[in-house]
Design a protein. Sequence first.
Length: 224
Amino acid sequence: MVNRRISPDLKECALTLWEKGWEMMDIVDVLSVSRASIYRWQAIFEEFGSVNRPPSPLRGRCRILTRAILTAIHELHHDDPDLYLDELALWLAIHHDTIISISALQRNLEETGLSRKVMQKIAQERDEELREEWRELLRSEAFSGDGSEFDVFVRGDRYSLLPAMTTEGYIAARVVPGSFDSMEFYDFVAEEVLPQMNPYPAERSVLVLDNCRIHHNDALVDLV
């Protein structure tokens, strides 16, 4: 089943048919939804009185970058809008003694409107000579453990590695150019992970995921 957004009307229709005595498989065939989805909608409806969960009242985690650091980042991106997030994180560690994860850094920038698109727009006319001077300055302050200088801005082809691990080691892995999206992750689980799993409560019957955005996939829930 492909990943698709299901309207509240369709969810309510499925629950209404079920309440009126329709067989579950008939509802699944007619509305092209899964049994797992119907059970989930019913549980949400019983808890909240609606087929959709209410929006979370939580505001999220507090920003960890100060206004002064954000201003410095703004100026830095003005000179070099092509910086990658990992390069920016390294710059923060060297110059501001601030350790921050890539995901937290991206969230902080988006919350303040300092997205890459905005930075590229305000830096359309940048001085390449000044750019190189800044790079040389940063390189002069960054050294490896044996004292030799290294270039923190060496760029090449970027790949993402996605492993599936058990308490005994790796059971599957996939490498893709760039980054994983929700469909690539779905395909990885369907083609390489689930074939090596078993029904609960047998060994390898529980799949544990973190809160990454590409893991929030109704099709993946139905699949598992």
